[in-house]
Write a protein that binds this ligand. Structure first.
Ligand code: SF4
Ligand code: SF4
Length: 481
C-alpha cells in the first residue's frame, strides 16, 4: 500500500462519512501555516513574498489546534515558512496527534537533523546504540553529537520531541538533483543537507515523503532521475505539483531576480508536457495522490477545482479561495465556506472562470477533485482504490547510480543573477544578497526588517522571537558543518 493501512482507512472513512451525510464541502487536508518566516528564499515561493510584512508573526499553538479541530481534516500539512522554526512545533505535532490527525511536516530539511538529535537525546537508552553508531559511521551525526546524546541531561530528557510515528511524515522539499535544487532554493548545500536528513530519518524509522514543484526549467529526465534516487533512499512517498505563478512571486522575480516570470512558471499546455510521464512515474514510484489527478496533469481529462477541500490557515485567518490565491481571509472555516463564491473560481471545460486560475493545475486545487469524484467517470473509484491499496512500488534498486550530486549552483544561477540585479537596481539597499553573498544573512531572518516583532498579535513574546533567531543562526552552522 502507498499509505499505511490505518491512515488509508482513516481517509476513506472521512470521505464516506461526508458522502453519506451529503456534506457539500468539507476539508481533506489542512494547510496549516503557523508562521511564514523561512531560512531560505526559494525562487518562486509566493509565501515569503505575499506575507513579507508579517513574516515574524506566528499563530499561537492553541489557535493552530483549534483551526485543525474546526475544519476536522484527517490530514494536516504543517507548512509555512519553515515550520521547524516555529517555537512550539513539537507541541503542535503532539497536539495534532492527540486529535488523531495524520501529520505532514513540510520542511526544507535544514533543521531536520537537529530535531532528530533532540529526539535521540530525549529518549536515549543503550538499545539505541546500533542506530547511533550507524549514524556516526555514515557521518550523519558527529562523534561529539553522539556523546552529547548519550550524556543527555534532565532538561534534554524532559523535552517534547518529534518521534517516529506511522501517523507522521517529514515532507521534504526537493525540486531536483543537487544543481537544480540549490539553484531554486538559492542556496548551495541545501540538497546535500536534505539527503543527509532523509538518510538519518530512515535509519531512525521515521516516514519520509518529498514534495516537488515543477517549473518551466525543470527537466523531465532529471525529475525521473530524482525519483529514482529518492526511491533508492527509501523515501516513503512523493507529491509533485506544477508551479503556480503567484502574483507576489512574479513581482519578486521581476524586481529581485531581474527575470521574466513567463520563463519560469508553467502554462496549462506546458504542465501537460512536463507531466506526460506522470502515470508511468506513478507505477514506478510511490507518488501520492490519485490516478485521476495524474490523468488531469497529463492532459487526459478535465477536473473542477475543489480548493475548499485543502484549506489554508495562517496568521491572517482562513485564506480564500485557495493556498495560492488570496481574495480574503476569514475568521473561521465555516464562514469561509459560506461566504466565498466558489463558483467564480477554477477552470471548467477549458474556460477559466477567473483569469488567475487559467494556468493552475496544482494539487491543492485538483488532487482532492480526483479523490472526491467531482468529475466522476466510470471506473474512477476502482482506479483510485487499486492505486492506493495495492502493493506499493519497490525501492528503485539502481537509484544509487544516479549522479545526484551534480555540482552546486553558486555563481551560475538565480543567485548570481539576483546579486547582479540587486547591485544594479538596489545599490545600497539592505537586502540579503547585498549584504555579502549569502541568500541568507546568518544574523537575520529572510524577512525584511520592517513589520514589527514576531510576537505582534500572537501573544508569543520576545523569547519566542529570540528562539526563532537563534534557530536561524544555528542553521548556518549546521549547513556549513
Ligand atoms: S523553503 Fe523555500 S518554498 Fe518553502 S517557505 Fe521557505 S522559501 Fe518558501
Ligand atoms: S484553480 Fe487554482 S488558483 Fe484557481 S481557485 Fe483553484 S486552486 Fe486556486
Amino acid at each position: 500500500m502507498r499509505f499505511p493501512l490505518a491512515l488509508s482507512l482513516k481517509i476513506t472513512r472521512h470521505i464516506v462519512k461526508h458522502k453519506l451525510r451529503r456534506t457539500p464541502k468539507f476539508a481533506m487536508v489542512l494547510q496549516l501555516e503557523p508562521l511564514h518566516t523561512c531560512n531560505l528564499t526559494c525562487t518562486g515561493c509566493g509565501r515569503i513574498r505575499e506575507y513579507s510584512t508579517s513574516l515574524k508573526d506566528m499563530v499561537p499553538l492553541e489557535q493552530c489546534l483549534a483551526a485543525a479541530a474546526e475544519c476536522d481534516a484527517p490530514m494536516v500539512s504543517v507548512c509555512g515558512g519553515e515550520p521547524l522554526i516555529y517555537p512550539k512545533i513539537e507541541e503542535l505535532v503532539a497536539g495534532l496527534r492527540a486529535q488523531g490527525r495524520i501529520i505532514y511536516i513540510c520542511t526544507n530539511g535544514v533543521f531536520m537533523r537537529k530535531k532528530m538529535r533532540e529526539y535521540l537525546a530525549a529518549h536515549y537508552q543503550p538499545s539505541f546504540e546500533p542506530q547511533l553508531q550507524r549514524l556516526v559511521s555514515e557521518e550523519l551525526v558527529t562523534e561529539k553529537e553522539a556523546a552529547q546524546i548519550r550524556a543527555s541531561d534532565a532538561a534534554a530528557r524532559s523535552k517534547i520531541t518529534i518521534a517516529p510515528s506511522k501517523w507522521m511524515y517529514w515532507n521534504v522539499h526537493v525540486d531536483g538533483l543537487e544543481y537544480t535544487h540549490d539553484l531554486i532554493v538559492e542556496r548551495e548545500g541545501v540538497f546535500k543537507e536534505c539527503v543527509a536528513a532523509i538518510r538519518m530519518a530512515k535509519i531512525l524509522g521515521y516516514q519520509v515523503a518529498t514534495n516537488t514543484t515543477v517549473y518551466k526549467e525543470s527537466d523531465v529526465q532529471e525529475l525521473e532521475d530524482m525519483f529514482k534516487f529518492l526511491s533508492w533512499l527509501e523515501v516513503d512517498g512523493h507529491t509533485i505539483s506544477p508551479g503556480y505563478d503567484y502574483d507576489a512571486a512574479k513581482k519578486d522575480m521581476v524586481k529581485r531576480l531581474g527575470k521574466d516570470p513567463t520563463e519560469f512558471f508553467l502554462t496549462r499546455d506546458l504542465t501537460r508536457q512536463k507531466f506526460k510521464d506522470i502515470q508511468r512515474w506513478g507505477e514506478m514510484f510511490t507518488i501520492f495522490g490519485t490516478p485521476v489527478y495524474q490523468e488531469f496533469l497529463a492532459g487526459k481529462r478535465e477536473l473542477t477545482c475543489t480548493a475548499w477541500a485543502i484549506p489554508t490557515y495562517n496568521v491572517k485567518g482562513w485564506k480564500a479561495p485557495c493556498y495560492l490565491m488570496t481574495d480574503g481571509h476569514y475568521p473561521s472555516y465555516a464562514e469561509m465556506l459560506g461566504q466565498v463564491a466558489w463558483e467564480k473560481y477554477g477552470v471548467v471545460n477549458g474556460v477559466a472562470r477567473d483569469p488567475r486560475c487559467e494556468n493552475c493545475m496544482v494539487h491543492c486545487g485538483y488532487d482532492p477533485s480526483g479523490a472526491l469524484g467531482t468529475n466522476y467517470q466510470a471506473g474512477d473509484n476502482w482506479k483510485n482504490f487499486k492505486y492506493n491499496f495495492w502493493p506499493k512500488p519497490a525501492p528503485f534498486a539502481r537509484g544509487g547510480e544516479v549522479i545526484a550530486f551534480n555540482g552546486v549552483s553558486v555563481g551560475k544561477g538565480h543567485l548570481a543573477e539576483a546579486k547582479a540585479a540587486v547591485n544594479r537596481e538596489l545599490a545600497g539597499a539592505k537586502s540579503a544578497f547585498a549584504r555579502g553573498g549569502n541568500a541568507l544573512d546568518s544574523s537575520s531572518p529572510t524577512a525584511p526588517s520592517s513589520g514589527g516583532g514576531c510576537a505582534s498579535g500572537t501573544g508569543s513574546g520576545t523569547s519566542a522571537r529570540d528562539e526563532l533567531l537563534a534557530k536561524i543562526r544555528s542553521d548556518d552552522k549546521t549547513i556549513s558543518s
